[in-house]
Each structure stands twice: as structure tokens, then as C-alpha cells.
Design a protein. Structure first.
Length: 90
């Protein structure tokens, strides 16, 4: 929340530096990202560990070959939706 406050302060009183707009942009984006993570935290805690490791693997592959993001993201979404439900009967 402090980063959003910093972005508002930079909007009202722009810093005299050449990179003031960059600072304001970074503060506003970081603040919005922090707010979204804060709101989604209970759901994130319930994610299975195998999905976290799969996300890490996908991030590594996408960092090496950026064009694979078009294939990797739908596969991760499908794995998250179609995972086996242990302990539930049909």
C-alpha cells in the first residue's frame, strides 16, 4: 500500500529527476501487484506443491525460449483444472 501512496505523491509532486516517471510507474505497478497478491493470498496458500514446481519449470522454459509461452500457459491451466481429486467420489 505504501507503493501506491508513493505513486500518488509522485503524481501530485513530480520528482525533479529524469527518471521520476519511471519511479512513479514502478511504484504504481508494484502497488497494484501487491494489492492483488494480498487479495488472492488465501487461494494461493491452497495451491498444491506440484503446481508450484510446474510453474517454476514453465518460467524457466519461457525465460529460455519466450515463444513457448503460447503453449505453456494453456498446459498449466489444463493441469490445474484437470488434476485428480484425491478423496472425492463421483
Amino acid at each position: 500500500m505504501l507503493s501506491l501512496l508513493g505513486a500518488v505523491v509522485c503524481e501530485i509532486w513530480p520528482p525533479p529527476w529524469a527518471w521520476g516517471a519511471t519511479l512513479q510507474s514502478g511504484l504504481s505497478r508494484g502497488g497494484v501487484l501487491a494489492a492483488v497478491v494480498w487479495l488472492a493470498y488465501p487461494e494461493v496458500r491452497r495451491m498444491p506443491t506440484w503446481l508450484w514446481s510446474m510453474l517454476l519449470a514453465v518460467l524457466v522454459v519461457v525465460a529460455i525460449r519466450p515463444r513457448t509461452v503460447f503453449f505453456a500457459v494453456p498446459i498449466i491451466i489444463a493441469l490445474a483444472i484437470l488434476r485428480p481429486r484425491i478423496g472425492q467420489r463421483r
